[in-house]
Design a protein around this ligand. Structure first.
Ligand SMILES: Cc1cc2nc3c(=O)[nH]c(=O)nc-3n(C[C@H](O)[C@H](O)[C@H](O)COP(=O)(O)OP(=O)(O)OC[C@H]3O[C@@H](n4cnc5c(N)ncnc54)[C@H](O)[C@@H]3O)c2cc1C
Length: 353
């Protein structure tokens, strides 16, 4: 397909945000009689799933600290559950297993889940937490745990398979998805700030509305839109000025080629995704050295699609200013953001813990 000269709705990015927006916009246009998916064009400088959506662990959970996330995530889970096969979704549930310093926060998440009838179990106290965990995995041994939140819904989706499933659904509504089209600039109307066209490596694409779904490339698009590099933010009544608009964080993940069957529950079922945070000291499983005695955490899931386990740890803040961060080449191709021996030792030792 060659790029058209115009479209009503132009969506930049064929990741989960761009494609989900395309699908739902197409369904709404059709339902309201205002158009159809044929009015929508998704362009990506790579292809479907070239960004974060194609490499993410794919954990689907309700446990996010901001209360506003509770209903949004419940809504998102409804969509995953609507077609598990197409989305390659595994509804195994999710567990947040925490130390004392997190108990109160997790308890409030549980209360909010109860209020919206999102099914979960909350266990408190070291002895009861251990009993609950051993009831699932007889060899459970993590230390420093005083609460367990077990979300019965959620689980994980296989990243690329779910992206291709979502793209197929959007296409079946008439949406066009074009790979290898990079947005390099915008054309603005003469009398307003509104964008009237995308300027791409495949030429000009006129449009009425633009949706930006470029994930970690957002700083570049923000600059092309000539939006401010710093903003003012009010926090607890105090105004902070000149706060950089974008700050990068790097999330490190890994996969281990060990038999996922080892991680099934006592009764032979696929286990929930496990997220464990603790302040118990973490020692290297290789040489016994102390890795940390501060709060640490990991999440993981046995993944039967590739026969191993996948997971990660806490993200770290990238200190460089946003304009200097090389987002490309992205993901495992990046020379700057790739895990080293420290991560391997930490993650494997944390799993052993
Ligand atoms: C290692 C890792 C693990 C993660 N694990 C989880 C998890 O378990 N659960 C969870 O919920 N979230 C997870 N996340 C977060 C989640 O992956 C992202 O929030 C989500 O995928 C972002 O989707 P997106 O569509 O906004 O962006 P992306 O998936 O990054 O898509 C952006 C797309 O825009 C395209 N693009 C960029 N610039 C241009 C341009 N100028 N012109 C045309 N196209 C352009 C890119 O090629 C890319 O395909 C994880 C993230 C990472 C990095």
């Amino acid at each position: 397909m060659t790029a058209p000269s115009s479209t009503k709705y132009a969506i930049i990015g064929a990741g989960i945000h761009g494609l989900s927006t395309a699908l739902h916009l197409a369904e709404m246009l059709k339902a309201s009689g205002k158009g159809s998916g044929e009015d929508i064009l998704v362009v990506d400088k790579g292809t479907v799933g070239s960004g974060a959506s194609g490499i993410a662990c794919g954990v689907i959970r309700n446990n996010y600290f901001q209360p506003a996330m509770r209903e949004l995530m419940a809504h998102s889970v409804d969509i995953w559950e609507s077609d598990p096969k197409a989305y390659s979704y595994h509804p195994v549930g999710y567990m947040q297993i925490s130390p004392e310093c997190m108990r109160e926060d997790v308890a409030s998440i549980y209360e909010q889940q109860k209020a919206i009838s999102y099914e979960s179990v909350f266990v408190e106290g070291a002895a009861d937490s251990m009993k609950y965990m051993k009831g699932l995995f007889e060899d459970w041994q993590a230390q420093g745990i005083t609460s367990v939140l077990h979300e019965k819904r959620g689980g994980y989706a296989n990243n690329m398979a779910s992206m291709l499933g979502l793209a197929a659904k959007a296409k079946s509504q008439g949406v066009s998805i074009l790979s290898g089209v990079e947005v390099q600039g915008f054309e603005f109307g003469s009398n307003s700030n509104a964008v009237t066209a995308l300027l791409t490596n495949q030429g000009r694409i006129g449009c009425d509305t633009v949706v930006v779904g470029v994930g970690p490339w957002v700083n570049r698009i923000w600059n092309l839109l000539e939006l401010p590099k710093s903003i003012s933010v009010k926090s607890n009544g105090t105004m902070h000025h000149n706060v950089p608009m974008w700050k990068f964080w790097c999330l490190e993940e890994g996969t281990l080629g060990i038999d996922p069957e080892l991680h099934k529950t006592n009764d032979g079922r696929f286990p929930p995704v496990l997220h464990v945070d603790t302040d118990a000291a973490l020692y290297s499983d290789r040489d016994g050295k102390l890795i940390t005695d501060k709060l640490w955490g990991i999440y993981y899931k046995p993944d039967f699609s590739f026969g191993g386990i996948q997971g990660g740890a806490s993200p770290y803040k990238v200190e460089q200013e946003a304009d200097l961060v090389a987002v490309d080449p992205y993901g495992p191709e990046s020379p700057d953001f790739v895990v080293g021996e420290d991560f391997v030792d930490m993650w494997c030792s944390a799993l052993a813990h």
